[in-house]
Design a protein around this ligand. Structure first.
Ligand SMILES: *Cc1c(COP(=O)(O)O)cnc(C)c1O
Length: 464
């Protein structure tokens, strides 16, 4: 151990490896905008180089960085550049990346004010900014988690806690096995992570009351069953395929009257509330009780960055602590009260930096920019004989289909093989489709032109 200690101390002090790491990172950025989006077969083959038994003796730090840069970087997917349209994955705002690099040196653990006063301060500030940006009730609180999956889990846990409290049922003491029934109402197009969160919280998928949806994937308001005070209703701001939004105003008013809890899964779509030209999509969101969203999708923060917002501080804090006791807020914010984890990295610093960099105007421009890309792409692709756009492009998602399932699948594979852009496949209303998601600030009109070209080449080759 003595030897290792001496070596590590030298590495910390002479900083050579940090310079090397930043140098390699910069080199990556210089190349990635023009590189193939998905790794080449050759690069994927080279991943074999990582296969080895757990080493007995360690090796030099410089050599490790070099090895990872040589064989790891080529096997990355070019998500930081402008031609990745897969899933709903965001790019990265440069200042967010820079802050991530700088604050990596700080390696803060952020559960408490006492472990990181700066993180505690920034969480307090960003919480206020978020409430302001989304026009939420002033008593709302925020927890900073790894992503929307975790945020949804937190929101639904808060809902469960509040409902059991109303029913005078001691959930922490008695547990779930003999608990009174809570009703769960979701749309048929709810994201898979919503069902996962429900399962983790002890709600079986067969117990979920599923509401029929419109051809765009929105909950049909008149098909919602009668709501009551023991119901959790989960809505969606941005369908992961079509980008569609539920009718929050009408649904939330119904829910309010019935005293049901409404959670909104707004992973990428909630941010439309910050764009003056798109904000009608989110009318009424302020009437819900909890909201989950991502920084790492449409806001283009580095991974991993998710947010839970909740208008019931007592429920959120109590639900996330096994003691069940409401934790007194000290003069300073202890971030762990609002999240399931204790130790966490300082992801708040990247979120803060990006808000400060973009401001309201910049966020509006960023979010509306995705819509413009989606419109441009959908108009161009619809002009090509053999392609059809399946959804109303209300935000950033475009669903494209060829004449048959078979041609759609073949074309998709060909587009992926070309590596000029990357898009994924999905199923929409029982048919195979190609999903194109515009989610990176880096995408330009030229990038979209290249994508269209790729789609053209792929379609003609799969029709041969
Ligand atoms: C991506 C997504 C999620 C899951 O978010 P993660 O950040 O990946 O955990 C949930 N809901 C919707 C609508 C999404 O698009």
């Amino acid at each position: 151990m003595k030897m290792i200690h001496k070596q590590m101390l030298a590495e910390m002090k002479n900083k050579e490896i940090f310079e090397k790491a930043v140098h390699e990172g910069n080199k990556y950025l210089s190349e990635i905008f023009d590189r193939n989006v998905f790794p080449t077969e050759e690069a994927l083959n080279e991943l074999k180089k990582f296969e080895e038994p757990m080493p007995k003796d360690g090796i030099d730090a410089n050599a490790i960085i070099e090895f990872l840069a040589t064989y790891g970087a080529p096997a990355t997917v070019a998500q930081v550049a402008g031609r990745y349209y897969g899933f709903v994955n965001g790019g990265v705002v440069p200042v967010g990346l820079a802050v991530k690099i700088m604050t990596s040196f700080w390696d803060q653990n952020t559960p408490l004010y006492l472990t990181s006063p700066i993180a505690s301060k920034l969480e307090t500030i960003v919480e206020k900014w978020l409430i302001d940006l989304f026009n939420l009730p002033k008593n709302s609180v925020a927890g900073f988690v790894s992503g929307t999956s975790m945020a949804t889990l937190c929101g639904l846990a808060a809902a469960r806690w509040r409902i059991y409290r109303r029913l005078n049922y001691d959930l922490e003491g008695e547990g779930l096995q003999n608990a009174p029934k809570i009703r769960i109402v979701v749309g048929l197009q709810a994201h898979g992570t919503v069902v996962k969160a429900l399962n983790l919280l002890g709600f079986g998928s067969k117990q979920i009351e599923k509401v029929e949806v419109t051809p765009q994937g929105q909950i049909q308001v008149d098909k919602i069953p009668k709501l009551d005070e023991r119901t959790i209703l989960i809505l969606q701001a941005g369908n992961v395929n079509s980008g569609a939004f539920d009718d929050f105003s009408r649904i939330c008013e119904k829910a309010r009257k019935a005293n049901a809890w409404v959670h909104i899964d707004g992973a990428f779509g909630l941010w439309t509330a910050c764009s003056s030209r798109l904000d009608s999509l989110t009318n009424g969101i302020e009437l819900a009780n909890s909201w989950s969203l991502d920084g790492h999708k449409t806001l283009n923060t580095p991974y991993d960055n998710g947010i839970i917002l909740c208008n019931d501080e007592e429920a959120l804090i109590s639900a996330l602590h096994t003691s069940g006791a409401y934790i007194n807020r000290s003069a300073h914010r202890d971030g762990m009260n609002f999240t399931p984890e204790m130790s966490r990295r300082g992801r708040i610093m990247e979120l803060w930096a990006i808000f400060k960099y973009l401001g309201r105007k910049g966020i509006d421009e960023l979010i509306y920019g995705f819509h413009k890309c989606a419109l441009q792409f959908s108009e161009k692709i619809a002009e090509i004989e053999g392609y059809e756009v399946l959804n109303q492009v209300v935000f950033n998602q475009v669903l494209v289909r060829c004449k048959t399932n078979e041609i759609t699948k073949k074309t998709l594979k060909k587009i992926q093989d070309l590596r000029e852009c990357w898009v994924g496949g999905t199923e929409w209303m029982g048919k195979d489709a190609i999903r194109v998601s515009f989610c990176s600030w880096a995408t330009t009109a030229e990038d979209i032109r290249k994508a269209i070209n790729s789609f053209k080449i792929a379609l003609s080759s799969s029709q041969l």
